[in-house]
Design a protein around this ligand. Structure first.
Ligand code: SAM
Length: 269
């Protein structure tokens, strides 16, 4: 499997641990189905990253909650998961018409274990390497009207160069005239100060981060999006009690931990 696709096992392993814990934050009980011997072997060296792992589960929960709100208001909403990995939301959340995009070997494996035909909501999976193939062509082939949509880009932006991110945003704007974009964005400072050891472990899988930005949200705004919300990932883990830091420290000495890695909500137009 492609090195970046292997990182999907990391996120899935985190959700498996969360689901097995006494107080799950996102409760993704389907995650463990994907964690076969190869997946568990890949995940093993990540077990020691307790706080980042719990924050990763909190990231997933933030996005679950944002999607649940939108799906409650519009059960027919189209949901596009770009770099879907082993995301099981189409099976776990009520409503939505789901389109999952990822690399071909990952999609093939996912569909063997959790077939589209078993999904309670309409679901299509489409193989793509969006670094090499045209995302706009693939989206145009699979989205045949201008209905509103929500796009999720989770755990992906840090692997994309600025050009690749800009190209993906342009494709989304061209193919989805009205959409929300939910996307986690990490600052350069956060990655250096808090993410270095995890990043080194991810690099051992072969997936290295791209050059990160000081203000990645400003980059998305410059590309034609309106900023509609942001959620601190570590802050959510703290709210759930899955990481423990005194609030006053978090809100003063550790402000860069609070603010350097967030889930953002953008709207287009
Ligand atoms: C860290 S995983 C996150 C997966 C999932 N969104 C989650 O949060 O569990 C990154 C995902 O992005 C996908 N990805 C990265 N670059 C890609 C590309 N150029 N084309 C298609 N998928 C890509 C990988 O295959 C992988 O599944």
């Amino acid at each position: 499997m492609d090195p970046i696709a292997k990182t999907a096992y990391y996120c899935c392993g985190v959700r498996m641990l969360d689901a097995q814990s006494a107080q799950p934050v996102c409760g993704d009980h389907l995650a463990e189905r994907f964690m076969d011997a190869e997946g568990r072997a890949l995940f093993q060296p990540f077990l020691r990253f307790t706080a980042p792992n719990r924050s990763n589960a909190a990231r997933h929960r933030i996005i679950d909650d944002l999607l649940r709100d939108r799906l409650a208001a519009d059960p027919g909403l189209r949901v596009v998961l770009l770099g879907a990995g082993f995301d099981t939301r189409a099976f776990r959340l009520a409503g939505g018409q789901w389109l999952e995009l990822d690399q071909a070997p990952l999609i093939a494996r996912k569909s063997r274990i959790l077939p589209e035909s078993d999904c309670p909501n309409p679901l299509r999976r489409v193989p793509i390497d969006f670094a090499r193939q045209s995302l706009s062509h693939v989206l145009a082939d699979h989205l045949d009207d201008d209905a509103p949509a929500v796009v999720v880009l989770e755990g992906v932006s840090m692997y994309l160069s600025r050009d690749a991110l800009a190209t993906s945003l342009a494709a989304l704007k061209a193919c989805l005239p009205s959409h929300s974009l939910i996307c986690d964005l990490m600052t350069r400072h956060f990655a250096r100060r808090y993410g270095a050891r995890l990043r080194a472990q991810i690099a051992r899988l072969g997936g290295d981060f791209s050059e990160l930005m000081d203000d990645p949200a400003a980059f998305v705004i410059e590309h034609g999006y309106r900023h509609a919300g942001r959620h601190s990932i570590a802050g959510r883990a703290l709210d759930h009690g899955s990481i423990r830091i005194p609030r006053w420290v978090f809100n003063s000495l550790l402000r860069s931990l609070r603010d350097g890695y967030r889930v953002h909500l953008f709207e287009h137009p």
